[in-house]
Design a protein around this ligand. Structure first.
Ligand code: AP5
Ligand code: MG
Length: 198
């Protein structure tokens, strides 16, 4: 299974990706976690990207794409992935689609976690992860989300493998809704197959 999780900062991408990875026995790949690890380890990538992550700006596409290629290919070989935080722009989605198609590993479903801004801000301030969870940087991350990622949702709108879930519910209920919707997608595929063979 190959899934994407799309949502604003604090929408619960990490929380839900972890549960889906366990539920389906697939790898959880978080672009943000991998980038923060590079910063922590002070790798050359880490030194280049620290200023973007700290400011809540997007890291240049080429860095993110290069960083994800290996873990994604390895995950596909091991049964699948849930990608958390990538793609988050239309350009990233287009570039990733080309690469994935060439490898025959296109995504099968994209989940949009929808959460109101007030709840996002409440969660992020309560969590206070570090340099990018200050009030000022949170406001900027939300602005970047509106400018760069909402257009991605518009770009994916209407595709039958993309759906929105109410992410303001409890983590258990959000998980249940996602799994329920994925089962319906699987049913959709089966009915298509049946129709085709009938
Ligand atoms: P990234 O790490 O992706 O951060 P983000 O999008 O800002 O989102 P968060 O990780 O803060 O939130 P989340 O949606 O994972 O929610 P979580 O489950 O943690 O990106 C960080 C930075 O890296 C970016 O700013 C950028 O610089 C760079 N970057 C990453 N990807 C990139 C890309 N593709 N291109 C370019 N740059 C990139 O939950 C948040 C909190 O809420 C937790 O405390 C959790 O316990 C709580 N919570 C979760 N669900 C619920 C719930 N249902 N009810 C109540 N509380 C909940
Ligand atoms: Mg996260």
């Amino acid at each position: 299974m190959r899934l994407l999780l799309i949502g604003a900062p604090g929408a619960g991408k990490g929380t839900q990706a972890e549960r889906l990875a366990e539920h389906f026995g697939i790898a959880h790949i978080s672009s943000g976690d991998l980038l923060r690890q590079h910063v922590k380890d002070q790798t050359s990538i880490g030194q280049t990207i620290k200023k973007y992550v700290d400011a809540g700006d997007l890291v240049p596409d080429a860095v993110v794409m290069d960083m994800l290629r290996k873990p994604v290919v390895a995950a596909v070989e091991a049964g699948g992935y849930v990608l958390d935080g990538f793609p988050r722009t239309v350009d990233q989605a287009k570039a990733a689609f080309e690469t994935a198609r060439a490898l025959g590993v296109e995504v099968q479903a994209a989940v949009h976690l929808d959460v109101p801004d007030e709840e996002l801000i409440r969660r992020l301030l309560a969590r206070s992860r570090g340099s990018d969870d200050t009030e000022e940087v949170i406001a900027h991350r939300l602005q970047v989300y509106r400018e760069k990622t909402i257009p991605l949702l518009d770009y994916y709108a209407g595709r039958e493998w993309m759906f929105t879930v109410d992410g303001a519910q409890s983590p258990d209920k959000v998980h249940e809704d996602i799994v329920g919707r994925l089962q319906k997608l699987a049913a959709f595929d089966t009915s298509q197959a049946d129709a085709a063979s009938a």
